[in-house]
Write a protein that binds this ligand. Sequence first.
Ligand SMILES: Cc1cc2nc3c(=O)[nH]c(=O)nc-3n(C[C@H](O)[C@H](O)[C@H](O)COP(=O)(O)OP(=O)(O)OC[C@H]3O[C@@H](n4cnc5c(N)ncnc54)[C@H](O)[C@@H]3O)c2cc1C
Length: 468
Amino acid sequence: MTDIAIIGGGAAGAAVFGELLRCNPPCTIHWIVNQCSPGRGVAYSTLDERHLLNVRAAGMGLFLDHSDDFLRHASEELGHVRGSDFLPRRLFGDFVQAQIAALVQSASQQGQSFKVHKAAAVSIKATPQSGYLIALADGRIIEAGNVVLALGALPPRALRSVSNEALASDAYKLDPWTLDQQQKSPRRVVVIGTGLTAVDTLLSASTRWPSADLVAVSRHGLLPFVHPEQPMAPYPFQDDLNKGLLDSGGIPAMTRLVREAIALHTGDWRGIVDGMRPINARLWQKLTTRQRWQFLRHVRWVWEASRHRVAPASAQAIEQLRDEGRLQIHAARVLRVEGTSPLQVTIRGRVSQLVSTLESDLVIQATGLDTALAYTRHELLAGLLHDGLAVADPLQLGVVAQADGQLINGTGQPQRGLFAIGSLLRGSLWECTAMPEIRKDAHHVATCLSQNFVSVPTVSSGDSGANG
Ligand SMILES: Cc1cc2nc3c(=O)[nH]c(=O)nc-3n(C[C@H](O)[C@H](O)[C@H](O)COP(=O)(O)OP(=O)(O)OC[C@H]3O[C@@H](n4cnc5c(N)ncnc54)[C@H](O)[C@@H]3O)c2cc1C
């Protein structure tokens, strides 16, 4: 059993599939994409032109060694485009699809063996021959020696504060990307969350329902920081800072070093945060579970807002909504969401501690990535956990895996031939969810699978653990 299967039709799956087609290993490559438009995934399926990339055009791409391709593609469609621009995400989705279409065409002409399956994968079972049988929702079974999970974030889970009645009503939207199914114009829309997903949700809601009042609620009430219009000069002492961070022991020391650098720096603090990006995964890997927990508890919210910044045009549009009095942002905890339509949203102010109730025709949960595997209703992943082929990260940041993406199984051993990429690796890499990292990781996993290409023996090699 030598074939390779990639499960997931988002940009990460597309990057691995494309890299494998380019490597041309002597096997069949299966890409299992469900019913989606392959290559776009959650981030690049939007057709709203106000949903912008939060990475400059020059930083976006599908393949590691083709850094200018997206810029070229964008220039062909839009005319003059600068590498520093923040372009619509729709355009990047078009680009990914065009790249894959070109590769598929040339692979077909060369007689390469590959298949794209438009069905969900519902289970993966290890075989005695150290391979895998992947069951698809349409009843087909695919055999593969290596499997790459490119599943993105988990399906969103409702906050505990939402009543079953509210959840069952049409007025509570668990998935912010299905807004267009909402027909009636609401008087007030409450968005839970103030991160990047919430920004896009608010922008779409403001266009779609011009007369609706918009309210966004999150514990800190903190919007993401904004990218500067132009790229910043690098921090001159970044190498020293990064070395110091790698040598430091723990979260308080790291935060102190970063604070000191920001205080000393005469330039833009955002350059310092960006300059840490190449070492973020290594920094994370050096932390103990307790230190990671400390980070999540005390630093995460400010780190996420600083590191994952919003495009200037999106920030300006949000500011305008606030200036016009159409958008209010509350730093508050959501205590309860009850009722049917309208919903009653009870919140407690962070500073005032006052409890108040907002009435809303529509409540949209936009709380960002869910990676809490232990609680997931994702059938495939729940099955992998049950069978001991995967283990949930102790801090609920995806799966336990090696730095190269190979999963660790229930016996604590690397699970031969089973890899992940993207959000599922948050617990191992932390910095792994955006295209600059995904394209590197896709290149790495595809190269490894192709270069180390060996037929998986037909008798158990005995190294795949109890479940292998
Ligand atoms: C709103 C938003 C904006 C973003 N903007 C940027 C940006 O500007 N720049 C950037 O670099 N990054 C951005 N990101 C980060 C983004 O996560 C990555 O760029 C990239 O899109 C991740 O792709 P993915 O394939 O890992 O995940 P996804 O896009 O989530 O794709 C995973 C796919 O797998 C499918 N799937 C799940 N389970 C199964 C199954 N059992 N069988 C078959 N298919 C399955 C899902 O349905 C989904 O289609 C953004 C993310 C979001 C959510």
